[in-house]
Design a protein around this ligand. Structure first.
Ligand code: PLP
Length: 389
């Protein structure tokens, strides 16, 4: 395809890392995972990193950890404020833990949760906010953090789409009490499948380590607050204290992640160069609403929303993109309220949802990759210009 939605960023280093793990004979969670967790946490200045087998699992384990905290755990029926646009597995763990979602509309320009609506979203039962920075563009995380602190709410930052983005000089994925990342194919770094939770809170980190692997104690240091070690090593080797999962990562994934992390600053710089061109070619053209940066985007992809005021014909645009061999898709998971799965959810809508529907109905995104896309972005501009004349 001329302009791909997704592309590999692996070089010889990543393949060699996989080979080395194969040669070692140790495939599941071991020293590569431990090293990657340390290096990844250091990159973001976090105290603890817990790697899991996907970003979805990171969200699941993070919600489970908040539900098992010794003090002020999340309980069934508690309310969580969420944006109307995100990926399905931002929301599913909240549903699975019996939480009630309060959907807040997004801003049409940033595609992130409209923080002006936080006050209206708050009720006496609100216990947490799940901000999501969409496609590399930082959400209003500073405002959300301050709001959460003022009202005693947890912040679970789903940063699965925005690794290496920055707001006021601080990296996204560091504003939450727990912060999640995805290393899926074509994300900012890719380990095949993979995810990470970052936190500065030791108890939350221990809960995640335990919940990630069967709910057993084996991966916890002796000074953990989660349980008292018994004298029998025989029992301790298989001691279960939480209703956990097995969402452990593989050594191959972590070994690849270490090589990719070394390349991340270069990847982000290349993505941002493409973003600069995209912005130059599309900004100021009132036919197209493109994502307005809040802080520094890490430019996962480029969104285009056809301006509703001009009564656009999206099918005509889609046909032109197909004809030009340009890949495109729905923005993240679209407006979540449009999905059938919602019938399983306990939820409320805060005020009116309009922008998320507009993005769903009139928007799409094209890919961005950590290498020069000048010809692709120029062709995109050309095709859209003609399709929307
Ligand atoms: C916002 C968001 N959360 C969670 C995920 C899930 O990540 P994964 O595909 O690694 O399970 C994604 C996937 O891209 C995402 O965009």
């Amino acid at each position: 395809m001329f302009y791909e939605l997704a592309a590999s960023t692996w070089g010889e280093e990543e393949k060699a890392a996989v080979e080395a793990v194969l040669a070692s004979g140790r495939y599941t969670m071991g020293e590569q995972v431990a090293a990657f967790e340390r290096e990844f946490a250091d990159y973001f200045g976090a105290a603890h990193g817990i790697m899991v087998n996907s970003g979805s699992s990171a969200n699941l384990v993070a919600v489970a950890a908040l539900a098992h905290k010794a003090e002020r755990p999340l309980r069934r029926g508690d309310e969580v404020i969420v944006p109307a646009i995100s990926w399905a597995t931002t929301y599913h763990p909240l549903q699975q833990y019996g939480l009630k979602l309060r959907f807040v509309d997004v801003e049409l320009e940033t595609l992130n949760m409209d923080v002006a609506k936080l006050e209206a979203a708050l009720t006496p039962r609100t216990r947490a906010i799940v901000p999501v920075s969409i496609l590399g563009n930082p959400a209003g995380l500073d405002v959300i953090r301050a709001f959460a602190d003022a009202h005693g709410l947890y912040v679970l930052e789903d940063n699965c789409e925005s690794m290496d983005a920055e707001l006021n000089g601080r990296k996204t994925g560091t504003f939450g009490d727990l912060n999640t990342f995805s290393f899926f194919f074509s994300h900012h770094i890719s380990t095949m499948e993979g995810g990470m939770i970052l936190t500065d809170d030791r108890e939350s980190a221990d809960l995640c380590r335990c919940l990630r692997a069967h709910g057993w104690t084996r991966d916890l240091a002796p000074d953990t607050s989660l349980y008292q070690r018994a004298s029998s090593d025989h029992f301790e080797a298989y001691r279960f204290i939480l209703p956990g999962y097995n969402v452990r990562p593989l050594e191959m994934e972590a070994a690849v992640g270490r090589r990719q992390l070394e390349k991340l600053p270069g990847f982000t710089a290349a993505r941002r160069r493409n973003l600069a061109l995209f912005q130059k070619l599309f900004a100021g053209d009132e036919r197209f609403i493109i994502q307005k940066e809040n802080g520094k985007s890490s430019a996962f992809c480029f969104t285009v929303i056809l301006n509703p005021a001009r009564r656009p014909d999206r099918e005509k645009v889609f046909a032109a993109l197909k004809e030009a061999d340009i890949g495109f898709r729905i923005i993240t998971g679209g407006c979540f309220l449009r999905h059938d799965v919602l019938k399983y959810y306990d939820y409320d809508i805060v005020g009116r949802i309009e922008n998320a529907y507009t993005a769903h109905d009139l928007g799409f995104f094209v890919g961005n990759h950590p290498f020069d896309l000048t010809p692709q972005i120029e062709r995109l501009r050309d095709v859209l210009d003609k399709a929307c004349d």
